[in-house]
Design a protein around this ligand. Structure first.
Ligand code: HEM
Length: 158
């Protein structure tokens, strides 16, 4: 974590930094919000659904910019050319690739669903399929993020 205005020590009693603990808690809350948001769509409350899922997507951009992006840049990238057999780097790399895919796919879905800026041939028709796929991918990313936290901060997994 590069942001110096955070306290350095985390609050979950592990070796994690404050930023990592905050990110973990925020990500778990956001995952729950996405599942609740999917239920809103099931109840045909599409406006509330759109607001809920878009808010999470944009808040996650902030978490990537403030916590996960800088961490990846500082801790993982320098080692990638040399090692890729230690769990520390593997977990974070798999997580970052899946995470970038989920975030970009989410932005694409929000642009198609919420605006008219894309031409017809770039717009999908089967909204349910795209949104379900995104939710499943997001949950996999969330799990791989928890896995990264374990690999980085919990002694038995290091
Ligand atoms: C798309 C949705 C994403 C979700 C749901 C997600 C979730 C999580 C969670 C729960 C953690 C554990 C808390 C922590 O250690 O900070 C984490 C850590 C991490 N994520 Fe993500 N993440 C996502 C996207 C990304 C992306 C796009 C990148 C790459 C730029 C990334 C890179 C990392 C790194 C390097 C860590 C370890 C950070 C640290 O502990 O300092 N994540 N993520």
């Amino acid at each position: 974590m590069v942001l110096s205005f955070f306290p350095t020590k985390g609050f979950l009693g592990t070796d994690a930094t404050f930023g990592a603990d905050l990110n973990l808690v925020v990500q778990l809350i956001m995952g729950t919000a996405l599942i609740a948001g999917a239920r809103l769509a099931k109840q045909k409350r599409y406006r509330a659904h759109g607001v809920c899922q878009t808010t999470v997507l944009l808040l996650n951009l902030l978490m990537i910019a403030l916590v996960m992006g800088p961490s990846f840049h500082q801790q993982v990238k320098p080692a990638l050319s040399k090692v890729l057999h230690k769990w520390y780097y593997e977990a974070a790399t798999i997580h970052a690739v899946l995470g970038m895919t989920a975030e970009l796919l989410g932005l694409y879905i929000v642009i198609v669903a919420g605006t008219n800026v894309l031409p017809g041939w770039l717009r999908f028709k089967d909204w349910t399929w795209w949104m379900r796929t995104e939710l499943v991918l997001w949950m996999i990313v969330l799990l791989s993020g928890v896995g990264t936290y374990c690999a980085w901060y919990l002694a038995p997994f290091r």
